[in-house]
Design a protein around this ligand. Sequence first.
Ligand code: ADP
Length: 582
Amino acid sequence: MFDKLLVANRGEIAIRIMAACEELDIGTVAIYSDADRESEHVAYADEAYRVGPPQASESYLDQERIIEVSKEAQADAIHPGYGFLAENAEFAEQVEATDGIKWIGPSSDAMQQLGSKTSARETMQAADVPIVPGTTTSVDNPDEVVSIAEEYGYPITIKAAGGGGGRGMQIVQDEYEIEDALETAKREGEAYFDDAEVYVEKYLSDPKHIEVQILADESGNVLHLGERDCSLQRRHQKVIEEAPSPTLSQSLRKKIGNAAKRGMHKAGYTNAGTVEFLVEDGKFYFMEVNTRIQVEHTVTEEITGIDIVKWQIRIAAGETLPYDQSDITFNGHAIQYRVNAEDPASEFAPTPGKLETYRPPSTIGVRIDHAVFEGQEVSGDYDSMIGKLIVESSSRTECINRSKRALRHFDIDGIQTTLPFHQYILNDNTFRDGAHTTKYVDQLLKEDSFKKAIENRSDASVVKPESDEPSMETVSVEVDGELFDVQVEGLSSNNTRASQSTSENPIANKADEGGIQADMEGTVISVDVEEGEHIDQGETVCVLEAMKMENEITANHGGIVSEINVSEGDSVNMGEQLVQMR
Ligand code: ADP
């Protein structure tokens, strides 16, 4: 077994991995950027090393620096977590080539083969696994796309071979959109995944996202740990995941599990991995493989009792799996809720800011995987997930009831989060019936009633700024040994949390005071107007990236742009003037 493991990651997954190390009696090394000096994962580790400034490209993505630190710390293993370098085959190869340091994950060859969506599709097809109809090789010109679209019928999607998380994916409804969509998909593939290769597949109209967890050791044993249903998504990104799927029939479950194993066996895959499928009209289609631990591995752990992260480490150390497929049994039901710094009432726009209150729930059936604390500043440099609430129970119905209780006792103030959304969805009949597909949340977002319900819940959870009205506050008073709640006037006049509601409307569209300001900190991705240009209300002025999300900043009234204060690549603070108008 290893002596000391370096976690090339941050946040909750870094702590999750270190927890596994602790139980295996392995020493832990954290790395951190300047934005994370005070972070929980740093405090949790036995040792911690600075790797660079806040920008991920110069810290958590700096391959050479991370290997250098591993040597300096005398670590004999590197675990990449998810995100950052986790699916970077080149980095895995570098680690493999470094004496005395083991990569916790599949071989760089397997990562290469399955990391590209086109070669993964080829591999799966060769293993007799049905794939989403479309090409297995790259496409380059619009005419090719037109003929493929004619063969399969619209809509189709043009996808970056290296893509993921809904990025580098363009949906095309008819022929006229093809040229632009092809260009955009290539550009996004190049920008985000350093790979401009794209391919085409049929865009399924209303599928479920079902994925299968695989564990494979280096002696050729490939096991599946059942499926997860990750159909509840916004903008093609998962928000709630559960195991088992509430709608899969036993026969389909068996077929999908076996198909996943067959495909991974064919690829010579080792370690933990996930095979993702889309399921529609009782048929399943392979979508992609994630060659790493996933955010939602937790729900599988809850119902199988198997510690997946520990097995990742053991497999990398050469241990064989002590189970047969028949030893893997499933108990009860588990649901994971992503707690994101996002405002569900504003189309899930990011809400970096200070966690004035942070009190997670506890007791039976509740697991919290997180790395934040009360008073912490949630930075805009990294993704928006601040933690995960995982609830487990004997049945789905009981799990939903338990989840309601847990969410009721999850207190967060200071920033808007996805918690009100989760509370809403637990009372939604489509979700309760398990009938939701990957399109469901995007449909909900268009409904006024949804927005109102979310706004009401959000208002209740965020302290309002001071107003002229005397504020009423509830305090507990003991009278003759009995506690009473009483309303008291004016107690909160010195409320230091008053300014936190600035995060309520995170889309920067203030056009007053002659200009447009940023309502969040972020990086300018593009400036979409020119000096002297007349712009209309609602027009996009620039695009800001915060928490790995792109946010269009629109003008809330028309006018002429008299001055542009920012340019592409600039970091802006909240309240900073982006453009001047007259
Ligand atoms: P990931 O986010 O898992 O890396 P993708 O970016 O390929 O994977 O896909 C993300 C989501 O986009 C899927 O879960 C699904 O909701 C949707 N999606 C992808 N491909 C298709 C398709 N061909 N038809 C319909 N929906 C799709």
